[in-house]
Design a protein. Structure first.
Length: 220
């Protein structure tokens, strides 16, 4: 199966008319504005039927005013045609129920930790966040319970002078990124580096703590 990531994923969503959905790292996400719990429950039941028929199951969060959905193919670690097909079916079911999506909402929080000693510190973070020091896969701490945001390790050189080690990555739709950056700047932040925009833009707060606003646009 073809794995869709980065700009290729955004292009696939566009070409298949999946405007309800947004590309995020390793998944696609959508929010459907049900407006009440009963409507949401009916939509979730229909999604369940579609998922069973497809043999492919999304992550679904039901709240009073909306339903959040994320789709990925865990066997490939990326979005595949299975996800795109099911996404289209879910959008059709929502439209039939008179439920609209808000494609500006899906976002994903990740924590990046700069280190020259991943092997030494990764078990600590895995144990702290998940209760099991072995929950490390490549550069990532993976929480099997799905309760923690992804923590990943970014290789860097050793520094004698302490510097910021932990930074926040916020992945948002490409169309939302400029507004999110502008809001952060208006709130007292500064743009540190936009040379890689729209893939990511580095910002800092008034104390110099850095964070990145990320999108899939232009990424491989």
């Amino acid at each position: 199966m073809t794995a869709y990531t980065g700009q290729k994923l955004l292009d696939a969503l566009d070409s298949q008319g999946l405007g309800d959905w947004q590309g995020l790292p390793d998944c696609i996400g959508a929010r459907f504005l049900t407006g009440d719990f009963a409507t949401g429950l009916d939509l979730v039941a229909e999604i369940g039927s579609l998922a069973e028929a497809a043999g492919h199951h999304p992550d679904v969060t039901l709240t009073f005013p909306h339903v959040d959905i994320r789709l990925t193919s865990h066997d490939t670690g990326a979005v595949t045609e299975r996800d795109l097909n099911l996404a289209g079916q879910i959008s059709e079911a929502a439209a039939s129920a008179g439920v609209k999506a808000d494609p500006t909402i899906p976002a994903l929080l990740e924590l990046g930790l700069d280190t020259a000693n991943q092997d030494a510190i990764a078990p600590f973070w895995a144990a702290l966040l998940t209760g099991d020091a072995s929950n490390v896969s490549g550069p990532d701490v993976v929480d099997p319970a799905g309760q923690m945001p992804l923590l990943w390790f970014q290789d860097c050189e050793e520094h004698e002078v302490p510097h910021q080690r932990l930074h926040v990555d916020v992945s948002v739709p490409a169309a939302v990124a400029p507004e999110r950056i502008r809001a952060a700047v208006d709130a007292g932040g500064t743009i540190v580096d936009e040379s890689q925009a729209p893939s990511f833009t580095v910002l800092a707060d008034a104390d110099g703590n850095r964070a990145c606003v990320c999108t899939l646009a232009g990424r491989p």
